[in-house]
Design a binder for this molecule. Structure first.
Ligand code: ADP
Length: 431
């Protein structure tokens, strides 16, 4: 786009590739812990002001879904590339997001009406809706603080554990309880919205391959999804985001139960790690669209008209992490001695610090590279992915590639029907 870029980096990220790829980069968080460096709102805004930055893209970690951050950016006279702070506030709170979904006429998983702090409130819920139920941090995310309750005897103990996890991870112990759906599929819809209230969708992704409620493999479009169910999910996503006046990129997440009924679970008010597969099948550059929308363009200006957005073929993304699948996915650290990636037509690699000589630290997320395969059909994309993963040579740190290859070669996976219990029910995948 010809836009000059300015990056910030922590002391631990001195050698990080993002620092070298940006036109300018500045150290932040001197004297702060590695994660705290990237959470220091005033310092980041000051760097932006000092170096005449006119817009900030928050990426998809740290402050990317933090309304205080986007507000501080706007207050400093800088454009924030993402939804409005009030939207982030409403969607980031699981309870308010549910209320919005209900008001928009979207089916939500039966859940508590508001945040709960007493285990007796959870008991009341379970007596009404039955077991199993799931406790979630009301103000949390990333799969942390979630606990399944199978029976009355478990309830109090799980409630106390979830409360303390929520408190230590998110600074607020309030919980939320909802009915636990057994073996659902996770299907989500990518949307884009502009300041005129226009919304388009970029079809759906299947993110059912999960470990500890975190996505490992993502697919667009979902294979073998009943067309009527797909249409309902997409319509619901557009309805909800129109209802809240959603601007910029966002994702509406649903679980589809074994009776093929979709239920809304949450909205992610930011770009997601798996946005790549939607880009591949639609040919729409999501990050570029985000920047253009933040500049004030309408979707129509950008040629983003629903009838012109098509879904071509199938795309799969594998998250290659520096974790050892043979050792309970323990994060590995150290120097990458050898690095070679798969390549070829239909293969895209989005990576950070993935090169010989890179130092993998224990301080941040262990995602090393996203490998994306795009082909005419799901089976062809899986074959391309297998080929690409087999071409990788990484020495010096352990990676999840052997596990990802097991997933790609699995019969159930290649047939296209997997639910969120897939990894847990197939322990041989981690061998
Ligand atoms: P987070 O905000 O932590 O990402 P989500 O609400 O998006 O949490 O849920 C993450 C994953 O947890 C889902 O994809 C699904 O696998 C599981 N999950 C969440 N809610 C339920 C539920 N009610 N029943 C069954 N599984 C659930």
């Amino acid at each position: 786009m010809g836009i000059r870029t300015v990056a910030v980096y922590s002391n631990e990220d001195k050698q990080s590739t993002h620092r070298l790829k940006a036109d300018e980069s500045y150290l932040i968080g001197k004297g702060l812990a590695p994660v705290a460096a990237y959470l220091n709102i005033p310092e980041i805004v000051n760097v932006a002001k000092e170096y005449d930055v006119d817009a900030i893209h928050p990426g998809y970690g740290f402050l990317s879904e933090n309304a205080d951050f986007s507000q501080a950016v706007i207050d400093a006279g800088i454009k924030f590339i993402g939804p409005k702070p009030e939207t982030v506030r409403r969607m980031g709170d699981k309870v308010l997001a549910r209320e919005a979904a209900i008001a928009a006429g979207v089916d939500v998983v039966p859940g508590s009406d508001g945040p709960i702090t007493q285990w007796e409130e959870a008991l009341q819920f379970c007596e009404k809706y039955g077991y199993p139920a799931i406790l979630k941090a009301a103000y949390g995310g990333g799969g942390r603080g979630m606990r399944i309750v199978n029976n009355k005897e478990d309830l109090r103990d799980q409630f106390e554990r979830a409360t303390s996890e929520a408190l230590s991870s998110f600074g607020n112990g309030a919980l939320f309880i909802e009915k636990y759906l057994v073996k659902p599929r996770h299907i989500e819809v990518q949307i884009l919205g502009d300041a005129t209230g226009d919304i388009v969708h970029l079809y759906e992704r299947d993110c059912s391959v999960q470990r500890r409620y975190q996505k490992v493999v993502e697919i667009a479009p979902a294979a073998f999804l009943d067309p009527a169910v797909r249409q309902k999910i997409i319509d619901d996503a557009v309805k909800l985001t129109k209802f809240v006046g959603y601007q910029n990129a966002g994702t509406v997440e649903f679980l589809v139960d074994q009776e093929n009924r979709p239920w809304f679970i949450e909205v992610n008010a930011r770009l997601q790690v798996e946005h790549t597969v939607s880009e591949e099948v639609t040919g729409v550059d999501l990050v570029q669209s985000q920047i253009r929308i933040a500049e004030g363009h309408t979707l129509k200006d950008l040629g983003l008209i629903q009838d012109n957005i098509h879904c071509n073929g199938a795309a799969i993304q594998c998250r290659v992490t520096t974790e050892d699948p043979a050792n309970a996915f323990h994060p590995d650290t150290g120097r990458i001695e050898v690095f070679r990636s798969g390549e070829g037509m239909g293969i895209r690699i989005d990576a950070a610090n993935a090169h010989a000589g890179a130092q993998i630290s224990p301080y941040y997320d262990s995602l090393l590279a996203k490998v994306i395969a795009h082909a005419d059909s799901h089976p062809a994309a899986i074959n391309k992915m297998i080929r690409a993963l087999m071409e990788f040579r990484i020495r010096g740190v352990k990676t999840s590639i052997p596990f990802l290859l097991n997933v790609m070669n699995n019969q159930a996976f290649s047939k296209g029907y997997v639910d969120t219990s897939f990894i847990d029910s197939n322990p041989e995948l981690t061998q």
